[in-house]
Design a protein around this ligand. Structure first.
Ligand SMILES: [Zn+2]
Ligand SMILES: [Zn+2]
Length: 328
C-alpha cells in the first residue's frame, strides 16, 4: 500500500528536535517543533501549512524566523499551534522586525496562532502581512477537547504535559485509508474522476452501504458495491511525538493514552538512566523511561532522539538502554 505521509527527523538526534511530516500528495508538509531547521530546503519549508510547537524553549522555537522568511511571500496561510501564551511569543518575534515594506499591496500572507490547553484550543489570533502583522483576535471553530486539527484525511491530537512549564505532545493519525483499485473500476465500467473523492470521503465517514454515490453522467451506485469492487480501505498510520517531559505518573498516563498503538513514536531520551537525577531536575526523560513508555503504549516502532550533548560519544548506550526497556 502506498504511503500517505512520511515522517522524518529534521536533525540528527543531538541537534534540535523537530519532525517533518511530508505528504505524498498536495505539495504539503507539517512540522512538529521549530528549532534549527537549516537541513530543510526552502522548498520543503515552503510546503509547511501547519507548525505545531511543543513549547517555546529556544531549541524548539528558534527556527521560526527561517520559516517566516521562506513563507513571507506566499498566499497559503501558515497555521501555528503552541501552548498557553504562544500568541504573545509569536507577536514578539514579529515585532522584532522592521516591517515598513509591508502594506496593503503586499502579498496577503496570513499567520494564525492557536493556543492549546487542557480543554483544547482556546484562543486564536491572526497576523496579516498587509497589516504589518498587527495582532487581531479571531473566532475559531470548536474542536473536541484534545483535538488540534481535524481534516478529511487525518487528525492531530495533543496533550499538555509538565516540563516545569506546559509542553505539548502530538499524535498525527491518518483516518481510514481508502485506495482505488483500477481493475475494479474497469469491471464496473467506471471512469476515474472527481466523484472518487466523494466516495472515499463516504467510506472514511463510515456511511452506510446503501448510500448512492454519483459516479459521473447520470449514473449512481451504492457505496457497498464500490467498496466491494473498487475501493480498498485499511487503517492509516499513527505517528506520535513527545519531547521535554518530566517522568511522573500524570505525564506517563497522558503519553501512553496519546501514543496508544502508534506505528511510530518519536520520543526524547535526553539522559541515561544512570543520570536519572539530573533528568528529573531538568524535567526530561531518560532512555529507559522513554523505552518503558513506548512499551506501555504498545507502539510498533520506537525512535528515541533529542539526546543530551553530554553523551556525544555514547549514542549507542542511549539507544541500547531505550531498546531494552522497550523490549526489543
Ligand atoms: Zn524544554
Ligand atoms: Zn528541548
Amino acid at each position: 500500500m502506498t504511503w500517505f505521509v512520511q515522517a522524518s527527523l529534521v536533525n540528527e538526534p543531538f541537534s534540535d528536535p523537530g519532525l517533518l511530516i511530508d505528504f505524498r500528495f498536495g505539495r504539503r508538509a507539517l512540522l512538529f517543533d521549530l528549532g534549527d531547521n537549516t537541513p530543510l530546503s526552502p522548498r520543503q519549508l515552503f510546503r509547511v501549512t501547519h507548525a505545531l510547537v511543543s513549547h517555546a524553549h529556544m531549541d524548539h522555537f528558534a527556527g521560526f524566523d527561517r520559516l517566516l522568511r521562506v513563507c513571507l511571500h506566499r498566499t497559503t496561510p501558515l497555521r501555528l499551534t503552541g501552548p498557553a501564551g504562544f500568541g504573545d511569543r509569536v507577536e514578539h518575534k514579529l515585532k522584532a522586525y522592521t516591517l515598513n515594506l509591508l502594506d496593503e499591496r503586499s502579498c496577503d500572507f496570513v499567520i494564525t496562532v492557536a493556543e492549546f490547553g487542557d480543554y483544547g484550543v482556546d484562543g486564536v489570533c491572526e497576523f496579516r502581512a498587509r497589516e504589518a502583522f498587527r495582532r487581531r483576535a479571531i473566532q475559531h471553530v470548536g474542536l473536541p477537547p484534545g483535538t488540534l486539527l481535524d481534516e478529511d484525511e487525518f487528525r492531530i491530537s495533543g496533550a499538555v504535559l509538565d516540563h516545569g512549564i506546559p509542553c505539548l505532545a502530538f499524535a498525527f493519525e491518518e483516518k481510514v485509508r481508502v485506495n482505488v483499485w483500477g481493475e475494479g473500476l474497469k469491471t464496473l465500467g467506471l471512469p476515474i474522476g472527481p466523484w472518487l473523492k466523494e466516495a472515499k470521503r463516504a467510506v472514511r465517514r463510515g456511511e452506510p452501504d446503501d448510500r448512492r454515490i454519483a459516479v459521473g453522467g447520470d449514473r449512481s451506485l451504492p457505496l457497498g458495491v464500490l467498496k466491494q469492487h473498487a475501493l480498498r480501505s485499511a487503517t492509516g498510520q499513527k505517528i506520535a511525538y513527545v519531547v521535554d517531559v518530566a517522568y511522573c505518573d500524570r505525564n506517563v498516563e497522558k503519553i501512553v493514552a496519546l501514543a496508544k498503538a502508534a506505528d511510530q513514536l518519536f520520543i526524547e531520551a535526553a539522559f541515561l538512566e544512570a543520570d536519572a537525577e539530573i533528568a528529573a531536575q531538568r524535567r526530561h526523560l531518560t532512555a529507559r523511561q522513554a523505552g518503558d513508555i513506548a512499551r506501555r503504549a504498545g507502539v510498533a516502532r520506537l525512535v528515541p532522539f533529542h539526546f543530551s550533548a553530554r553523551y556525544h560519544a555514547r549514542e549507542d548506550e542511549l539507544r541500547t538502554e531505550a531498546a531494552r526497556a522497550f523490549g526489543e
